[in-house]
Design a protein around this ligand. Structure first.
Ligand code: ZN
Length: 359
């Protein structure tokens, strides 16, 4: 299960609130009785089930409201986010792994033996066309970030985002303005591309013309086929993925948004934060360790992902600020006079009503 939780190994980044939590935790176990913790907030007390919070005999579990409170009080300021397809479907990104989706139908003309073949190197070298059909669809520019992406951007703007680990290859985190150094694109990106022969690396933008014209891009140096840096089956994950070794033990809050936590090694990361760290799942269903190895400080906001994020944003009191950010970005996109998907349901949420999506 990745990194064992609990060991801080002398990390200089242990906040006083964490120390307080640990101290509280000892108290909860009967150790260190009488020692007054430094900064006991009601929410932190609630995490540890110390009573005086709620009315069910101290068994009150952590809620989304408690998490918002911890964030507002800056008791959580090293937020790690794990994101999956669920944050991109509201942008209209097709579920390209599912038969019946528009994209899959587009691929049928190539008679690919099975959908996964488009991410297999052996198949790619025989017939790269199906993959480039997907590339054409997902190349930066076709889709726009939605409310969930901009929430993550705001998290970054506020200096709270330690890292965003995404399984998505649509690049919408970048489009939303989250800097690449805050991102781990675990399954790769179209933002860069590499020659399959000489391994030279290029900006993905260099091959936009080829991809859009249904031409297989070729290396300007050796004429080898150039492949966008999407991780294929059997390929190693990007080096940046190994940032998790430092990031997860350092995190003081984990968001898991829109992912079924089915794909390894990504999925195991959810268990790599320390036991004292609240984990918040915003997803359609209860998944992964939230279903089978739940912790006392796990929170599950189930249902529509954008509505779940919106509920959190309202509890944080960030609605207006996020609205302003989205409007600003929308105008920027408008100036670029590309895609304006006003028919997209995700964009109706730009003007949320007061209690939309709240419990
Ligand atoms: Zn080359």
């Amino acid at each position: 299960m990745g990194i064992p939780g609990g060991s801080l190994r002398g990390s200089p980044l242990t906040g006083s609130s964490l120390a307080a939590w640990r101290s509280l935790r000892e108290r909860g176990r009967g150790g260190g009785a009488g020692t007054r913790p430094f900064s006991l907030s009601a929410a932190a007390g609630a995490i540890l089930g110390l009573g005086g919070w709620g009315d069910d005999g101290g068994k009150q579990r952590l809620t989304l409201r408690d998490v918002a409170e911890l964030m507002r009080k800056k008791e959580c300021r090293r937020v790690v986010v794990m994101a999956g397809a669920g944050i991109s479907t509201p942008s209209g990104i097709p579920d390209f792994r599912s038969p019946g989706s528009g994209l899959y139908s587009n691929l049928e003309q190539y008679n690919i033996p099975y959908p996964e073949a488009i991410f297999e190197l052996t198949y790619f070298f025989i017939n790269p066309k199906p993959f480039f059909t997907l590339a054409k669809e997902l190349y930066p520019g076709n889709y726009r970030p939605n409310y969930a992406h901009y929430f993550l951007r705001l998290l970054h703007d506020k200096g709270l985002l330690l890292r965003l680990y995404t399984q998505n290859i649509d690049g919408l985190e970048r489009v939303a303005g989250i800097p690449p150094d805050r991102l781990v694109e675990a399954h790769g990106t179209f933002a860069t591309a590499s020659c399959t022969v000489c391994r030279r690396n290029f900006p993905g933008e260099d091959f936009r013309g080829d991809v859009m014209a249904d031409r297989v891009p070729r290396c300007p140096v050796c004429t080898g086929v150039v492949k966008p840096d999407i991780v294929f089956f059997g390929e190693e994950l990007p080096q940046r993925f190994f940032l998790h070794v430092a990031d997860f033990p350092m995190a003081d809050l984990l968001f898991v948004i829109g992912t079924s936590l089915e794909v390894e090694p990504f999925a195991s990361l959810a268990g790599a934060v320390r036991g004292s760290v609240p984990r918040v799942l915003i997803n359609r269903d209860l998944v992964g360790p939230f279903a089978w190895r739940q912790r006392h400080n796990d929170v599950a906001q189930l249902g529509d992902v954008v509505s779940g994020v919106q509920a959190l944003v309202e509890l944080l009191g960030w609605s207006q600020e996020l609205q302003t950010l989205i409007q600003k970005e929308k105008e920027k996109v408008g100036r670029d006079k590309t895609w304006l998907l006003d028919s997209n349901p995700a964009f109706r949420l730009f003007s949320p009503s007061a209690d939309d999506g709240l419990e």
